[in-house]
Every structure is written in structure tokens, then in C-alpha cells.
Design a protein around this ligand. Structure first.
Ligand code: OVM
Length: 400
């Protein structure tokens, strides 16, 4: 490796400040323009915002590891707040067995039987909602309501308390950032929520059928150990709710602000899946993840020393004009595949087929009954150190 003395550009911006979380786009443009890799002075980490750079880092697990944590905290120096995920916070070889088991449980083939059930659930949710006032908040009524209705059942969660899932996930995604006021506020309920989530992961507490039971069945075959199973179930409960809620929020917002695209979807409902991926490209519900260098890595003349944190801006890569034409447009005529909103490489979202099915069944049910959807008031952001989310999205619809 040729080590040159070129220095990375330096940024004094705080990407986790309220101001940038409210609207990260101007910062992300500065980041892409500043170079392939930029040093964030405030956190003493490197950052990347261009599509090709982010993509290359995502697929390079050998030099950019996850096992030291995918947040700002470096697990080799700081104790993680919960036992590390066997998927998100692991690399080969430890990553392999849990990933293979979960990939099979959540594969397109395994989840096919859910489609007619979820289509019915979506239709009922939409019918009930449209039986009421035609002005409502799309966040609680649709984006939250649908995943919370179908996903915990698919996992096999017993009973009530499902409303614990959202604040748990919200806190978890905050903890990937610095210990700012978002983390401090979430920390108050974290022990209670964490204990509840962990209690759902045992074999006894899960239904006899579902993703949870399927994960436990892999212990009977010896594919994973009985110590691994509950942590893999925990990954489902950690990564499976907030992400899909905010992704559905993103696609609803995109349609509410792009009436011609809603028209296009209504005349060809097969576009539902593409719309979901295009909304994920545009909004990137998971905005960022960190990696940690396993050795000195040279990038564009900058040496990132071993053991350093690199912040990858998925949201910025997904709007990089070097990769996308009119990146800020929600456009169903483009091919959004290749976006890094689900990551890329060995850690790419293992639940993406489930997420797509949830979104597609809901969008399809809406397209059947809703002629127009528009914002009836200003939507409000929900701030999170990692997630791009809506707190509230007042909409007005007319019926087909
Ligand atoms: C996990 C996990 C948690 C949060 C996110 C995620 C986006 C995975 O516990 O495995 O992937």
C-alpha cells in the first residue's frame, strides 16, 4: 500500500445535532463534495457519503468490521449496553450460522404463505380506517398500525405489550450514535423495555409456529446452539419494527407529495414493490452505520488507522448525483435497485423480503380504495440518531 501524506478533509459539523437530524440533506451534500473520506472532528471518526465509497466499504467486511459495533462506541474499548447482536455486530466466521438460519426463516419462499393473510389484514385495516374521517394521521393509523398488526404475530409473540417494540427499537437505533439527549431520554425506559424484549425470546414464550419457532427449530437440527437462538429472535424484534414503520412512512409521504406517482401506481399496482424500494432509496430509514477498520486502510490518499471508526452515510449514498439521475426525485420509472438503504454485502438486510411484503400488501390495499392522498398539514419529523422518521403525517384522502 502506498501511504501518501494527503490529509482527509475535515468537517466540524455534528451529524447528530438536532439541526442536521431535522434536515440532513445540506450536510450530506457538503460531505460528498468534500471528498471520498472526511474526518469528523467532533467525534474523531472518518465519514463517507459518496455512493461508490459507501458501497465499497459495505462489501469489504474484511477491512471494515462490524464486530466492534456498528455505532460510535467501540466494543473493544467500551462495554456494549446489551449483549452484541449475533448478526449485526458479528463477522465471519461467527456471523455465518446465525445469518444462514435467519436467511432461510425469512426467505421469499418461507414467507410466501403470509402474503394472502397480510393482504386480508391490509384490506381490513384500510377498510376500517376509510370508514372513519378521511383526514387522519398516516403515522399511527397506517405506518405503525400495519407492521404492529402483522409482524409480532408472524414472529409468534404472545399477548399484549406489543407497543413496547417501537420504543425499544427507537432507543436501540439512538444508541448507535453519540450519547446525546436522544439517548439520555431513551435510557430511562431501556432496562424495562430490554427485559421485556429478552423475555419474549425464549422457546417457551414463543408460539408453536412462526419465525421465532422456526429459529428455535434450527437448534434441534444443530445448526445453531440454544444459547444463540434467543439472541437471533432478539434481532427480529430489534430490527423488524421501527425500520418497516419508518419505511412505510417514507413511501406514504412520497406518494402524498407526488400525486402523479400515486396515479401511476393506481394504474399499475405491480409498481408497489418498486415504490417501496424507491422510497427507501430516497429517505433511507436507516441513515447511517459505522464500521471499524481491522488494519490501516488507505482511501483516496487518506490512511484510516487500524481500530478507527468510519461512519457510512447510506442516505447520502442513495442521493449521490454521481450514481443517480435527479436523485432527489421520487420516480417510479427509475430502477432503484442497487440502493444501499438495506446495506450491501454479507450484512445486507436479512428481513428485506418481509419488509417488502408488508409494504406491498399495504400499498396495494390503499391503491384499490384511495383515489388521491395529500398532506392536510405540515408533517413532523421524529428525530433519531440513526433513523429518518416521521412523528406525524396528517393526510387527506379521497375514495376511489
Ligand atoms: C440486531 C439488529 C438491531 C438493529 C438493527 C439491525 C439493521 C439489527 O439486533 O441484530 O439491523
Amino acid at each position: 500500500m502506498t501511504i501518501t501524506d494527503t490529509q482527509a478533509a475535515v468537517s466540524t459539523d455534528d451529524p447528530f445535532s438536532t439541526e442536521i437530524l431535522e434536515d440532513p440533506l445540506p450536510f450530506q451534500q457538503r460531505l460528498r463534495e468534500a471528498g471520498e473520506v472526511v474526518r469528523l472532528e467532533k467525534y474523531d471518526v472518518h465519514a463517507m457519503g459518496r455512493y461508490e465509497t459507501v458501497r465499497s466499504a459495505l462489501v469489504n467486511w474484511q477491512e471494515f468490521q462490524s464486530a466492534a459495533g456498528v455505532g460510535l462506541s467501540n466494543f473493544t474499548r467500551e462495554k456494549p449496553w446489551r449483549p452484541p447482536s449475533l448478526l449485526l455486530e458479528a463477522d465471519p466466521p461467527h456471523h455465518n450460522a446465525p445469518r444462514e438460519v435467519l436467511a432461510k426463516v425469512l426467505s421469499p419462499r418461507s414467507i410466501r404463505a403470509l402474503e394472502p393473510m397480510w393482504a386480508d389484514d391490509a384490506e381490513r385495516l384500510v377498510d376500517d380506517l376509510l370508514g372513519g374521517p378521511l383526514e387522519f394521521d398516516a403515522v399511527p393509523e397506517l405506518a405503525e398500525a400495519f407492521p404492529l398488526r402483522v409482524f409480532p404475530d408472524a414472529v409468534g409473540l404472545p399477548g399484549s405489550d406489543r407497543d413496547h417494540l417501537l420504543p425499544y427499537g427507537d432507543h436501540l437505533f439512538n444508541t448507535f450514535g453519540p450519547e446525546n439527549s436522544l439517548v439520555q431520554r431513551g435510557a430511562q425506559r431501556a432496562p424495562e423495555l430490554s427485559a421485556w424484549v429478552n423475555a419474549q425470546c425464549s422457546r417457551e414464550s414463543l408460539a408453536a409456529t412462526g419465525f421465532g419457532a422456526d429459529i428455535w427449530a434450527a437448534t434441534d437440527r444443530g445448526d445453531i446452539t440454544t444459547a444463540q437462538a434467543p439472541l437471533i429472535v432478539r434481532s427480529l424484534l430489534s430490527a423488524g419494527v421501527d425500520t418497516t414503520v419508518h419505511a412505510i412512512g417514507a413511501v406514504l409521504h412520497a406518494f402524498a407529495t407526488h400525486p402523479a406517482q400515486w396515479e401511476a401506481l393506481r394504474s399499475d399496482p405491480r409498481l408497489a414493490r418498486r415504490a417501496f424500494d424507491e422510497a427507501i432509496r430516497l429517505e433511507s430509514p436507516v441513515q447511517t452505520f459505522f464500521r471499524t477498520t481491522t488494519r490501516d486502510v488507505e482511501l483516496d490518499g487518506t490512511v484510516i488507522p487500524e481500530g478507527h471508526k468510519i461512519l457510512m452515510f447510506l442516505g447520502s449514498a442513495n442521493r449521490d448525483p454521481r450514481r443517480w439521475d435527479n436523485p432527489d426525485e421520487f420516480d417510479l420509472s427509475r430502477d432503484p435497485s442497487g440502493h444501499v438503504g438495506f446495506g450491501m454485502g454479507i450484512h445486507q438486510c436479512v428481513g428485506q423480503h418481509v419488509a417488502r411484503l408488508e409494504a406491498a400488501t399495504l400499498i396495494t390495499a390503499l391503491a384499490r380504495r384511495v383515489r388521491t392522498i395529500e398532506l392536510s398539514d405540515r408533517p413532523r419529523r421524529h428525530l433519531n440518531n440513526t433513523l429518518r422518521a416521521w412523528e406525524s403525517m396528517p393526510v387527506r384522502v379521497t375514495l376511489a
